[in-house]
Design a protein around this ligand. Structure first.
Ligand SMILES: Cc1cc2nc3c(=O)[nH]c(=O)nc-3n(C[C@H](O)[C@H](O)[C@H](O)COP(=O)(O)OP(=O)(O)OC[C@H]3O[C@@H](n4cnc5c(N)ncnc54)[C@H](O)[C@@H]3O)c2cc1C
Length: 470
């Protein structure tokens, strides 16, 4: 399906190492992380240099071959895998893993798009700095993908989304030119902030090949707490209380269900509950600062106040790195722990923080009537007003086909009625494109289509993701 003349041209540029055609070797580029979706493509390209990416894009333009940029392939909305047409070619950035520059004085790192997020975190730590982007997929996702999805994760409350962590970008444009925007300037008010266009564009406006990333002082004292609470409204009350006492020192404020915690303890090897008593709701809270000591005493005082006021039913503060890791394993393993209980329908919604309890209450009531037999597990980032509702549905394909659009459609209706977002941090990809076209205002969709047409008039980059293919 991919023109032979295109294959020959890119072969000459990339060499044997840069091309994957063997069916077995192609598989991992075509199937998504949870193995629920699959695309088709006879050809995977693996350039190692920005100039090679640019040459591939120029050849694609000449031969009218649509390209799908891919980094770590952990995206949850099918933006990084091709569609089923067989026409689209995956461009994987996984060989572009160089750290180009490290500058502790300027607080930045310049990295190539294929660097794995965890490797970047380690690189920052090696110079006594923090790169705060942190998510469950950090051992596999790559920075090009994080930037292109404007990834969120567990530290957004303090450090913001990826958008706030990028100082500069290098991007291959749909016409094959390379835009060198790799500036490491803390101040640069020179016209439109072009890098922001490409952050969160999911590969539809350009291919990110390198980035300058902001670094932060490394925390020296971390306090991680686990609290059992009676109901979600208490989570919002406690967030308020912690903000009063600790302000910007709070990095994470995560809500979990008792069901999800028990699933993690039952199904994830070696995982134990941080507290013995059972509860319907739990909070995982992390507070950090750059001083070497003194935080523990302050946290203990606030925890005492919480128990005196009866706001928590039980709780503990991690006393070791091992205990802290165990708490985070439970939080990050929520999807993994439940995946064998049925087909997981995933979602990622946000509302105003104060509306979170009402959202949970309304969703639980609504789906008990509309989708009996489906288990609803909300969890996520209270501080960002962002919850993931995982719905466990029966594995039966006919039931999945019936329930998935029903559940996601109803959830989106509910979210819109509350002025929220149907994709808080995962993006749009191919999975949520029709939702976007149906739900965003005509003005917004028109602006997005016009931007796409200006930058990529021939629809070479990731057609069908975010917006409809031409
Ligand atoms: C277990 C798990 C936990 C997760 N937790 C979170 C979370 O807490 N927060 C969160 O936000 N997300 C989360 N995700 C989703 C996912 O990890 C993020 O969206 C991540 O940023 C994707 O990075 P990636 O390298 O895997 O990108 P990919 O999946 O390869 O690509 C994602 C999108 O970006 C485009 N793209 C990739 N590379 C480039 C490039 N170099 N230039 C232009 N476009 C490109 C692709 O075309 C695609 O549209 C999670 C996923 C899993 C599996």
């Amino acid at each position: 399906m991919v023109p032979e003349s295109f294959v020959e041209e890119v072969q000459a540029v990339l060499g044997a190492q840069g091309i994957v055609q063997e069916p077995a070797e192609r598989e991992r580029f075509l199937v998504d992380f949870w193995k629920q979706n699959r695309g088709e493509s006879d050809l995977i390209l693996r350039p190692a240099l920005s100039e090679e990416v640019a040459a591939v894009v120029r050849a694609a333009g000449r031969h009218d071959v649509p390209l799908v940029p891919q980094s770590g392939n952990t995206g949850l909305v099918c933006g990084g895998i091709p569609d089923r047409s067989g026409r689209q070619v995956v461009v994987s950035l996984e060989r572009m893993t160089r750290i180009r520059e490290v500058d502790p004085a300027g607080d930045y790192l310049t990295v190539e798009a294929g660097c794995v997020l965890e490797d970047i975190q380690n690189e920052a730590e090696a110079i006594d700095r923090l790169f705060p982007l942190s998510l469950g997929a950090q051992g596999s996702c790559r920075i090009g993908g994080n930037i292109s999805t404007n990834a969120g994760g567990v530290n957004v409350l303090r450090y913001g989304m990826t958008r706030q962590l990028v100082m500069g970008l290098e991007v291959v444009l749909p016409d094959g030119r390379i835009w060198d925007g790799l500036r490491a300037l803390k101040k640069d008010n020179t016209g439109y902030d072009l890098k922001q266009l490409f952050i969160g564009a999911e590969g539809t406006l350009g291919i990110v090949t390198a980035a300058v990333l902001r670094l932060f002082p490394r925390p020296r004292e971390t306090q991680t707490l686990w609290l059992a609470i009676e109901r979600p409204a208490v989570a919002v009350e406690l967030l308020n209380l912690f903000q009063t006492h600790f302000g910007e020192l709070i990095t994470s404020f995560e809500l979990l269900t008792g069901f999800g915690v028990e699933a993690a303890c039952t199904h994830l090897p070696g995982v134990r509950a941080p507290i013995e008593s059972r509860s319907d709701w739990h909070l995982l809270i992390e507070i950090e600062w750059s001083l070497a000591s003194g935080l523990a005493a302050q946290v203990e005082r606030v925890v005492e106040e919480i128990f005196e006021r009866g706001l928590a039913l039980d709780g503990t503060i991690a006393q070791s790195g091992e205990q802290r890791n165990m708490m985070w394993r439970i939080r990050e393993g929520q999807s993994e722990a439940t995946r064998h209980m049925g087909y997981i329908i995933r979602s990622d919604v946000s509302v105003r923080v104060s509306d979170l309890p009402r959202l949970i209450e309304r969703a639980e009531r609504h789906f008990a009537g509309r989708a009996p037999g489906v288990t609803l597990i909300p969890f996520g980032h209270v501080g960002d007003g962002n919850l993931h509702f995982n719905f466990i549905a029966p594995e039966d394909p006919a039931e999945v086909a019936r329930l998935k659009p029903l559940v996601l459609g109803d959830l989106a209706d509910l979210i819109f009625s509350m002025g929220g977002s149907f994709s808080a941090e995962h993006g749009i990809g191919r999975s949520k494109r029709n939702e976007l076209l149906a739900r965003k205002s005509d003005v917004e969709v028109d602006l997005m289509r016009r931007l796409k047409a200006v930058l990529d008039p021939d629809g070479i980059l990731n057609p069908g993701a975010v917006l409809e293919a031409e």
